[in-house]
Design a protein around this ligand. Structure first.
Ligand SMILES: Nc1ncnc2c1ncn2[C@@H]1O[C@H](COP(=O)(O)OP(=O)(O)O)[C@@H](O)[C@H]1O
Ligand SMILES: [Mg+2]
Length: 253
């Protein structure tokens, strides 16, 4: 059965100082699945992900053309406030960036902004999101300690919990395990497999084996272009291009 598409990118090009970083990108991202954006370093994975969240707005030197439809609305050509667009998406970066405050407040911060202020309700929500990120058991006795006292792996799960607390529909994760030890990486990977029931996940990685473990759908990029996109099974077992085959064999990286 054909899945619904949560995000569709159409004819997306992105230039910086006359240099084309993304070249006529056309991709579809199925809802409630894990889509992995795969490719060697420097091929444009992060830039493609940033454009989905309009983080490209921050860089005045970036010129973006094309359409990015999220729930059929073109987020590049809309009068809608960019915060409203970003609210649909939780972002997880390569390194965890917890806010310089307590574990509790890292989660409560966003909840307070969106209007939830009653203490007992806040407590419940904080617990809920920490559980959702599989961190609750490890931190329930030390919620008032600074987030910086956590290990890097715990900090990354805290950032995941913080992202989930704004109630997004999409999770964008850019090499979210690259700073983590193998056990912490496994925890994040396991979490993603659970979360895809309820969220559309876009995961950037250059780790082939991680892609093979997690992907339902693969977008393979090379030098600013999408070379191939396919269901994971097909991508790994029946690659269609010479470049993909070379990449899968490990001769490009
Ligand atoms: N703000 C920027 N200014 C100039 N070049 C950039 C900028 N951001 C990214 N690039 C270039 O765009 C290309 C793709 O980068 P990136 O999307 O970070 O690749 P990846 O995430 O696949 O490693 C690289 O050549 C990088 O140097
Ligand atoms: Mg990158």
């Amino acid at each position: 059965m054909e899945a619904n598409h949560k995000i569709r990118v159409e004819n997306l090009s992105l230039r910086v100082n006359g240099h084309e970083i993304l070249k006529d990108i056309n991709v579809s991202i199925p809802e409630n699945k894990i889509t992995v954006i795969l490719g060697p370093s420097g091929c444009g994975k992060t830039t493609l992900m940033k454009s989905m969240n309009r983080l490209t707005d921050i860089y005045p030197e970036m010129h973006v053309r094309g359409r990015i439809l999220i729930d059929e609305e073109d987020i590049l050509n809309t009068h809608k406030d960019v915060t409203a667009i970003r609210k649909k998406m939780g972002l997880l970066s390569q390194r965890p960036y917890p806010l310089p405050m307590s574990i509790y407040n890292n989660i409560a911060f966003g909840l307070r902004i969106s209007g939830r202020k009653k203490r007992d309700l806040l407590d419940k929500r904080v617990e809920h999101y920490l559980k959702q990120a599989s961190l609750w058991e490890e931190v329930k006795g030390r919620l008032r300690e600074p987030a910086s006292s956590l290990s890097i792996g715990q900090q990354q799960r805290l950032c995941l919990a913080r992202g989930l607390a704004v109630d997004p529909e999409i999770i964008l994760a850019d090499e979210p395990t690259s700073a983590l030890d193998p056990i912490s990486s496994q925890e994040i990977e396991k979490k993603f497999l659970d979360l895809k029931q309820d969220y559309t996940i876009v995961l950037v990685t250059h780790i082939l084996r991680q892609a093979a473990r997690l992907a339902d759908h693969v977008i393979f990029m090379y030098l600013g272009e999408v070379i191939e996109q396919a269901p994971a099974e097909e991508f790994f077992h029946h690659p269609r291009t010479e470049i993909t085959r070379a990449y899968l064999k490990g001769s490009i990286n």
